[in-house]
Ligand binder design. Structure first.
Ligand SMILES: NC(=O)c1ccc[n+]([C@@H]2O[C@H](COP(=O)([O-])OP(=O)(O)OC[C@H]3O[C@@H](n4cnc5c(N)ncnc54)[C@H](O)[C@@H]3O)[C@@H](O)[C@H]2O)c1
Length: 268
């Protein structure tokens, strides 16, 4: 798909840790669609992951920012506007982490300090980003901001732990901030609810392979992969979706609309 949908647009991509990251694919697709982008990730992720390699491949800059720190976000936005030579047209928030999941704490035995970190990293960081950009007036008119979510915000997926609560808050922030930004300058704020995808964050969840397989069999189109998610994000960043805002958009091969799929049982 080689359409210059993002020609002359300037964007910031959070969360490209390695080739498997959804954000990695979004960065590739956005640049292919003609955008000029800045990459960002947490300092520790930059040390451990491959974000720097991607910035070299795309010949762009990488700015370290912990998405839970407003001073880092402020610095990121100011430097990005300077480097891109104008206000920001689109942002991908692909940030998620749960210490409870990492430490295999069940939903019935959560550590509350970890729980706060989960919410801070995976949900409040989105509010902090939007509020910092609001205060700096960093987004251009009719900009587009997308955060990645998961259906555990609406339906119970045992094993997804406190990330389910974080995704619910994330989607609520998109809806509420979407109102204020829409009124301000036509900026759109949406979440994309993506199929299970094999990435570092995804595979860290207990039983991930089972619910990956289950969702794949239940969905008439199968699971959506990271590349198709990236193409969908590019469309949402483009001028073709100027009237879509405050939505949670399922990019899941039809999974969210399924009740029962007897075929999936007989295929086992
Ligand atoms: N993989 C899936 O099955 C799936 C499904 C639906 C939604 N998502 C969501 O997609 C997003 C991207 O995850 P992914 O699956 O590509 O995994 P990933 O592990 O490749 O990406 C997660 C990113 O979050 C970054 N991050 C963590 N803490 C941070 C902080 N404090 N500041 C800045 N960045 C921080 C990590 O460095 C990493 O780059 C997440 O929000 C995730 O919940 C994933």
């Amino acid at each position: 798909m080689d359409y210059p949908l993002l020609k002359d647009k300037r964007g910031i991509i959070f969360g490209a840790l390695d080739e498997k990251s959804i954000a990695w694919q979004v960065a590739l697709s956005a640049q292919k669609a003609g955008a000029k982008i800045v990459l960002t990730n947490a300092p520790v992720a930059i040390r451990m992951g491959k974000t720097k390699q991607l910035s070299e491949q795309l010949d762009t800059i990488l700015i370290a920012a912990d998405a839970t720190k407003t001073e880092d976000l402020n610095d990121l936005l100011i430097k990005s506007i300077e480097y891109l030579d104008g206000k920001i047209d689109f942002i991908l928030h692909a940030v998620g982490m749960s210490p409870n999941i990492r430490k295999k704490r069940e939903y019935t035995d959560l550590d509350y300090k970890y729980f706060q970190q989960t919410i801070d990293v995976s949900a409040l960081s989105f509010h902090k980003l939007l509020q910092t950009a609001w205060q700096l007036d960093a987004l251009s008119p009719q900009a587009s901001v997308v955060a990645l979510s998961y259906i555990a915000a609406q339906k119970v997926i045992p094993g997804y732990g406190d990330m389910a609560d974080a995704k619910t808050v994330l989607e609520s922030i998109a809806r509420n901030f979407g109102y204020y930004y829409g009124k301000k300058n036509g900026t759109r704020i949406n979440t994309v609810s993506q199929s299970p995808t094999v990435t570092t964050a995804g595979s860290g969840i207990d039983g991930f392979q089972s619910f990956y397989d289950y969702a794949h069999q239940m969905s008439p189109l199968g699971n959506a992969d990271a590349e198709s998610c990236a193409n969908f994000c590019v469309m949402l960043f483009s001028d073709y979706t100027k009237m879509i805002t405050m939505q949670n958009l399922y990019h899941d091969g039809g999974f969210s609309k399924m009740g029962m799929n007897i075929d999936s049982l007989s295929n086992e």
